[in-house]
Write a protein that binds this ligand. Sequence first.
Ligand code: PSU
Ligand code: MN
Length: 313
Amino acid sequence: MTTRRPQPGDIPLVYSEEVAEAVRSGAPVVALESNVITHGLPYPDNAATARKVEAAVRAGGAVPATIGVEDGRILIGMTDADIERFASTPGIPKVSSRDLPVVLARGGMGATTVASSLVAAELAGIPFFASAGIGGVHRGAETTMDVSSDLVQFTRSKVAVVCAGAKSILDLGLTMEFLETHCVPLVTYRFDEFPAFYCRTSGIRSPHRLDDEAVIARAVEAHWALGGNGSFLVATPIGEEDAIDSAEVDAAIADAIVAAEREGVRGNAITKYLMRAVDKVTDGRSAQANMSVLISTAELAGRLAVAHAALRA
Ligand code: PSU
Ligand code: MN
């Protein structure tokens, strides 16, 4: 008797009709996370935002595939009713890579982070993913060891990730070191620095700047042709008109870190706590900045997915 080991194909994926057809025909698709819907904004703004992000992927020329977990299955592409349900159901847990098997086995809904969305995207045959901000190495990680699973997942999932950098609630210098050590390629699009989400500059020079979508698509393909087994990061800065001054953000973060420690906030709750604190201080402008990077990263990911699909055609 042989014992069959679990295979990737054993996880039920529920494709939306449109995404199924696009994947089958090799048309460009961009995967999107759902944690930003459930934990990013209150209802109904979150539903409206999710739809705008999907529209931005379409404006770039690709089909959006918002990822989520429900009843032991992974949704690959949400319908409008799915988005509404994820946006309006309270208490959907944040599901990162290591939570995914547990939530799938247990049943119920789960909101995917960057890391778990990449797991799903690769299983589903989707080579592009967009997220406004990625997780990273937290400040003080030299004592807390708080490093986002997103970074580790980048070393495992063959999916290109388009983002606006990472928020400076993180230690961006250490985040860059991690990516370099783990051989994760990083390019910035038409910009010389690694961007810091709300802010265009972080003071950290990008290892590579590329200005042409077709060249980026070829670099992504080359990474995988060279046997690279992980992600390829593309960062694009927030538009100048929506950017927030870094000095202002830095002061808010420094205060929030002290407050978080005092209140005993730690673990996977830290990210949301610090983001809320920055939002409060920067008022409406951080909401505007958030929307701006969600849209611009989704749109660029759409265009890059088009350039990439053209290479494989
Ligand atoms: N950074 C942001 N916005 C976000 C997140 C990170 O600017 O919404 C979310 C994403 O879902 C990301 C997750 O994958 O937080 C990382 O959480 P942690 O640091 O606990 O790994
Ligand atoms: Mn963490």
